[in-house]
Design a protein around this ligand. Structure first.
Ligand code: SF4
Ligand code: SF4
Ligand code: SF4
Ligand code: FES
Length: 947
């Protein structure tokens, strides 16, 4: 006989996660409660519903779910409590010490049946043909309470004719099935923080409304939290409607941004039906954004190439060949090039989209089989200054906190990041904390959504001129130093005093005062002063930053400037504080950890360190070079000067993502051999001679490391469409070049990483499968990983202050190029768009547009929606103009998701002084209405030809 718990939630207990009805209490105090005659000990604040569920006596429910606060509206969960009158709702009644509860009595059964009868009397009786049949809590509850017939009939006034809203590409709203439980409204408020849904009307006439005409035209950002929360078929994924409910689950990790959300991929047979964010996911705790939850269809898109291909010349047609032939062809060419032009004439780029295991094997192939250190990563073009700056200041090239930490922050400073678009699930956490009272300071040239949106308003928006971050961070520190706001105790106890004293002297210089910086940055001095006071006086103040910090000629300086600020105010080493890079790509942290930079082996150890190199040489049985290899820009420049002849490009589209596209394309064209490994024939593949097919994240076996150093498992949800894992192809290529490399599975690669990388010593697939995820360092000292870094001491011992003089970029606006262009991302698209453009996410963003202030638009005779030409001293491209006050006069902004607009056609060769990270965020441009010849261009090549 099945128990009540099993009967209540059959689908969730077979493929999903259990639902205890109300959130877990975090209290350390426990109370004892007797439920149906048996004593249970639970944390204080636990609801009767949760206590009963945990004790195996699940109580019927409809409006409750454990991702939301109790609401107490459906009256299904009534219980009897000794000494209390009536029948309280178990979801909204906390247990008390000594409480005696009965969850199942004749009286309760009668009451619940009566409630259910009323629900069913206004509900379509089409269970057998309903897409949610078998995945509907209303259906389950009707069974649980033993409802057999309904006395009221369905002839009267009802909601059975309520309309459907199919406007969203991914889910449908069928009003006829709504039971008004408000779980969707609360999910949008409490979990997502968008507040897009409301209950309109009162009593019987109340309906759930997304505002506007429909979901698509509303504020909804398609996170899907409401769909997940809905207990009926009212809000339902279209994939479930079309394909049926799933029957099994594989847990894996999203392959989009650096938040690293854990998902339960739910399948029916071998077909993926939906992605449901896992409540056990350390980074996301049951939430997701539109990309991770819905935009996975690219994995089976018709453009996907699943066979190896070769060609002699880039003007030839591709020839489909076997893996053996492609590998032999590539290896022979690589060796010939080295024989002719020297060992150093070849190199490669690893991908932050791929797994740690794949990346580790790529860099190993280059160091061991290519015989040089010419390995670089796309992190070069995003967060390399983070690695450099944080390593210098704290001793570790990574963020200091876990995401949870933001729940303890009192003052949040967001610099050069747009979390609601680029890191949406973390943004929801942040918004929750802000709505609960934390103060927000935004430093960004653009008015991002966080500056002002539903129930969120930044206390200060420092709307600085692009390129003046360092001036601003210095001015903030100047105020703190000159107004006695330094946490002297923390600095004395934790930091290197010589460097601090030198920094203090520097930062107090008049050139760093808000009054001087006002002229440079455009931010009023009094706003800088007030923001600095707020940051310094918060009990816990934290900095979150993005590419708006790193992608500058002073990116590394700015990272060190933020580290100075955090140390000077004592905001390092505990919950709620820290310096936190919001990493762009899913595994950019991992790519750096795995030794993808030309100067560092895994674990950020310099190649010139003899003892480190010897460990690798012993393990790999090969001699390694002690000198750093070439960075991506060096390889490209080398190609144009003839020294660098061949490149292995792993899962990157450098022809679209790297700055100064013309230069990149010219360099690629100049090479004798370009090998691309990818899902699609991307822009870079146009210059390739060998194409190895990649595997999508749904086929990969391995790990990703997110922005909080969390190592998450990536499990194959389906068989590889190429028949191989990417690390197999790479190993075979290394072997064909004369360096034997073989692994039986990805777990073996992780074992090798753990054996040679001090921060990964305790990591294995077995442990990850057991623990769920681990934040490195994970070693003997921290066997369970390290959520918060630098708690007692900094990794480097004492925190190092660095002088950070502001040096304006050489990229300046002038009479010819009077506007400053800055770039970013939009929620629905991801990076160069190779994945998201091949999904219905293009519904929201079908092309890149140029945001321009009304004053600048008027001056140039540009109207909203008009096609414009954007010219920098590097090149010219086209986009539609969007006239807006999101950007100030003098600044324009665009995204870089579409090859046709090719924003990097116009970005310059300037880069960070320390790491060569390109200065994407500052390009002097002029805008004019497009002439017809350019406006009719239909491909990026076309644009390049015509400009
Ligand atoms: S999909 Fe997300 S944003 Fe849209 S209504 Fe539902 S919860 Fe709100
Ligand atoms: S749409 Fe679903 S979650 Fe929202 S009120 Fe209706 S039944 Fe409840
Ligand atoms: S894109 Fe980022 S925030 Fe969205 S689901 Fe994936 S990992 Fe999470
Ligand atoms: S589940 Fe408790 S009142 Fe609805």
């Amino acid at each position: 006989m099945t128990t009540l718990s099993e009967r209540i939630d059959p689908i969730r207990s077979s493929i999903g996660e259990p639902d205890y009805g109300t959130p877990r209490s975090t209290s350390d105090v426990t109370v004892t409660v007797t439920i149906n005659g048996i004593e249970h000990v639970v944390p204080e604040g636990t609801s009767i519903m949760r206590a009963a569920g945990e004790a195996g006596c699940a109580i019927p429910k409809l409006c409750a779910t454990d991702s939301l606060q109790a609401f107490g509206s459906c009256r299904m969960c009534l219980v009897e409590v000794d000494g209390r009158r009536g029948t309280p709702a178990s979801c909204s009644t906390p247990v008390e010490d000594g409480m005696v509860v009965r969850t199942q009595t004749p009286k309760l059964e009668k009451l619940r049946k009566g409630v259910m009868e009323l629900y069913i009397s206004d509900h379509p009786l089409d269970c057998l043909t309903c897409p949610a049949n078998g995945d509907c809590e209303l259906q389950d509850m009707a069974g649980v309470v033993g409802l057999r017939d309904v006395r009221y009939g369905q002839g009267g006034h009802s909601h059975l004719d309520a309309p459907k809203d199919s406007s969203n590409p991914y889910f449908e709203f069928d009003g006829s099935k709504c039971i008004q439980c408000s779980r969707c409204v609360r999910a949008c408020d409490e979990i997502q923080g968008t507040l897009a849904l409301t209950v309109e009307g009162r009593g019987f006439n109340s309906v759930i409304s997304p505002g506007g005409l429909n979901f698509l035209s509303s504020e909804c950002v398609s996170c899907g939290a409401c769909v997940q929360a809905c207990p009926t078929a009212t809000l339902m994924e279209k994939s479930v409607i079309d394909l049926g409910i799933p029957t099994r689950t594989v847990q894996t990790t999203c392959a989009y941004c650096g938040v690293g959300c854990t998902f339960n991929a739910e399948l029916r047979g071998d077909e993926l039906i939906r992605m449901v964010p896992a409540k056990t996911g350390g980074a996301n705790e049951g939430h997701s954004c539109v990309k991770g939850r819905f935009a996975w269809g690219y994995a089976s898109h018709k453009d996907r190439v699943t066979t190896p291909m070769i060609r002699e010349s880039i003007t030839d047609e591709w020839k489909v060949v076997s893996f053996d032939e492609a590998i032999t062809y590539a290896a022979t060419k690589l060796k010939d090039i080295q024989a002719q032009h020297g060992d150093n004439s070849i190199g490669g780029v690893s991908s932050s989209r791929c797994t740690n295991e794949e990346i580790f094997v790529v860099q190993k192939m280059i160091r061991a089989a290519f015989g040089n250190n010419n390995i670089d990563t796309c992190a070069r073009v995003c967060h390399s200054p983070t690695g450099y700056g944080l390593k210098n200041a704290f001793g570790t090239s990574a963020g200091t906190q876990d995401f949870k930490s933001v729940a303890k922050t009192d003052v949040i400073m967001v610099i050069g990041a747009n979390p609601t678009d680029a890191h949406p699930v973390f943004a929801s956490r942040m918004k929750k904390r802000i709505r609960a009272g934390a103060k927000l300071i935004v430093i960004d040239p653009r008015k991002i959504d966080l500056v002002e949106s539903a129930h969120i308003k930044a206390e200060y928006h420092l709307q600085l001129q692009p390129g003046t971050n360092v001036a601003i961070v210095n001015a903030l520190a100047h105020v703190i130093a000159t107004e006695g706001l330094i946490d002297e105790e923390f600095v004395a106890a934790r930091c290197d005093m010589a460097s601090f004293n030198q920094w203090r002297e520097f930062i107090q210089l008049p050139e760093n005062s808000p009054e001087v910086v006002e002229a440079q940055s455009g931010v009023p001095a009094d706003v800088i002063r007030e923001a600095a006071r707020m940051f310094a006086s918060g009990l816990n103040s934290a900095i979150y930053y993005g590419l708006g910090v790193t992608e500058h000629s002073q990116g590394s300086t700015m990272v060190m400037g933020m580290a100075n600020l955090a140390m000077a105010t004592g905001n390092i080493g505990r919950d709620g504080v820290g310096v936190n890079p919001l990493r762009g790509q899913n595994n950019v942290q991992g790519a750096c950890d795995m030794g993808s930079f030309p100067h560092e082996l895994s674990g950020y150890r310099h190649v010139s360190d003899n003892s480190v190199r010897e460990q690798f040489e012993t393990l790999w049985d090969v001699k390694l070079l002690p000198d750093p290899g070439m960075r991506i820009p060096n390889m490209l420049d080398g190609a144009l000067s003839g020294e660098f002849r061949a490149m292995f490009v792993h899962g990157e589209d450098i022809a679209q993502s790297d700055p100064n596209t013309k230069h990149v394309m010219a360099a690629l064209s100049a090479m004798d051999l370009v090998i691309v490994q990818d899902l699609f024939l991307n822009e870079t593949a146009a210059f390739a001679h060998v194409f190895f097919p990649g595997t999508s994240f749904l086929e990969k076996d391995g790990t990703f490391t997110n922005a909080e150093r969390r190592i998450n498992r990536v499990r194959p949800v389906m068989a590889s469409r190429t028949g191989k894992q990417e690390w197999e192809i790479i190993s075979d290529l290394a072997t064909a070049m004369g360096y034997p490399m073989h692994y039986d599975n990805a777990a073996q690669i992780m074992d090798e990483i753990a054996a040679i990388t001090p921060t990964f010593v305790g990591v294995s697939f077995e442990k990850l499968d057991r623990e769920g995820s681990i934040q490195w360092p994970c070693n003997d000292a921290n066997p369970q990983g390290t959520p918060i870094m630098h708690v007692e001491t900094f990794t480097r011992g004492e925190g190092q202050f660095m002088e950070t003089p502001f040096v304006p970029t050489d990229e300046r606006s002038n009479r010819k190029f009077p506007l400053l262009l800055t770039t970013g991302r939009v929620l629905s698209q991801y990076n160069v768009g190779a994945q998201t453009r091949r999904t219905a996410n293009s519904t929201w963003h079908a092309e890149d547009v140029l945001e321009i202030h009304e004053a600048d638009a008027q001056m140039r005779g540009i109207s909203d929606g008009q096609q414009v030409a954007i010219t920098s001293r590097i090149g010219e491209t086209l986009m539609k103009a969007h006239v807006t006050d999101r950007v100030p006069a003098g600044v324009v902004y665009t995204t870089f998701h579409y090859p046709l607009s090719g924003a990097n056609v116009i970005t310059t060769e300037f880069s960070d002084w320390a790491t060569n990270c390109p200065e994407y965020k500052v390009t002097a441009v002029e805008i004019r209405p497009a002439d017809s010849s350019i406006a009719s261009a239909s491909t990026l090549d076309d644009v390049l030809q015509r400009v």
